[in-house]
Design a protein around this ligand. Structure first.
Ligand code: SF4
Length: 253
């Protein structure tokens, strides 16, 4: 931290090693969130509410206040905090298992009520920390530790597209899906993180960004192959796009 501060000035992202596995997409998203908070000048009034799973460590790498919520409950905790401290900026950081399985009700009702918080869902299409089990966003036919013969949609349901469910909700003002598969996608994702937080700063309502990221460990692939798989398979089904942008200021996506 001291070395970085000497070179770059005070920085939000702490100079310490991630606990994320090498190549994990969480490292990229964590950095994007930290950079956006710094760029928007909201460091001292931003609170992170994290869920359970690998994403539950994201606040360890930032000089930021945080609350660790119970599994799936981060949006509910974020809403409670925001109601008590409306001047602060509150965002949730959750994986797809936390966010779209056990916590889907909290997330959708927060969006539908138009609560002025920001939710980030990091979708690596399985439960990473607990051993690569199927999550709601596991692809059809995908082999995981709980679907050894591949996900059977007739038995397990279809891969769940979360932002599509929010696009028609009046309370949701900024809804996007991004990917971190390559440099161009990461630049777009950085823009969406800023817009989602800016939406909250302007008091417009609920904002949400899903990130399609690789989990090389859960996929049992090398880092390059996990990014290739993500780009070819995940992004094909979970297409990155801006579903909704009701912000007054529409800068480039
Ligand atoms: S298990 Fe997957 S999601 Fe968790 S840190 Fe490792 S690569 Fe990332």
């Amino acid at each position: 931290m001291q070395e970085l501060a000497k070179i770059y000035g005070e920085t939000l992202l702490l100079d310490k090693k991630f606990s994320y596995c090498p190549g994990c997409g969480h490292g990229i998203v964590t950095r994007l969130v930290a950079e956006a908070i710094e760029a928007l000048g909201i460091r001292k009034r931003t609170i992170s509410v994290v869920g359970i799973g690998c994403g539950g460590f994201s606040h360890h790498y930032m000089e930021i206040d945080a609350i660790e919520a119970m599994h799936g409950r981060a949006p509910a905790v974020a809403v409670g905090y925001k109601v008590a401290k409306p001047e602060n900026i509150v965002y949730t950081y959750q994986g797809d298992g936390d966010c779209s399985a056990i916590g889907l009700a909290e997330l959708l009702h927060t969006a539908n009520r138009g609560m002025p918080v920001t939710c980030f869902m990091i979708n690596n299409n399985l439960f990473g920390m607990t051993g690569g089990q199927m999550s709601p966003s596991t692809l059809e036919g995908q082999i995981t530790s709980t679907t050894p013969n591949g996900r059977d949609v007739h038995q397990h349901g279809y891969p769940l597209r979360v932002p599509e469910m929010m696009a028609d909700m009046h309370g949701a003002k900024y809804v996007a899906r991004e990917s971190v598969c390559d440099a161009k996608s990461i630049r777009k994702a950085a823009s969406s993180v800023r817009k989602a937080l800016d939406c909250q700063m302007k008091g417009l309502g609920f904002s949400f960004v899903e990130f399609i990221v690789p989990c090389p460990t859960g996929l049992k692939l090398s880092v390059p192959d996990s990014y290739k798989w993500n780009k070819e398979k995940m992004v094909e089904y979970f297409k990155p796009q801006i579903f909704k942008n009701e912000m007054e200021q529409n800068d480039e996506n």
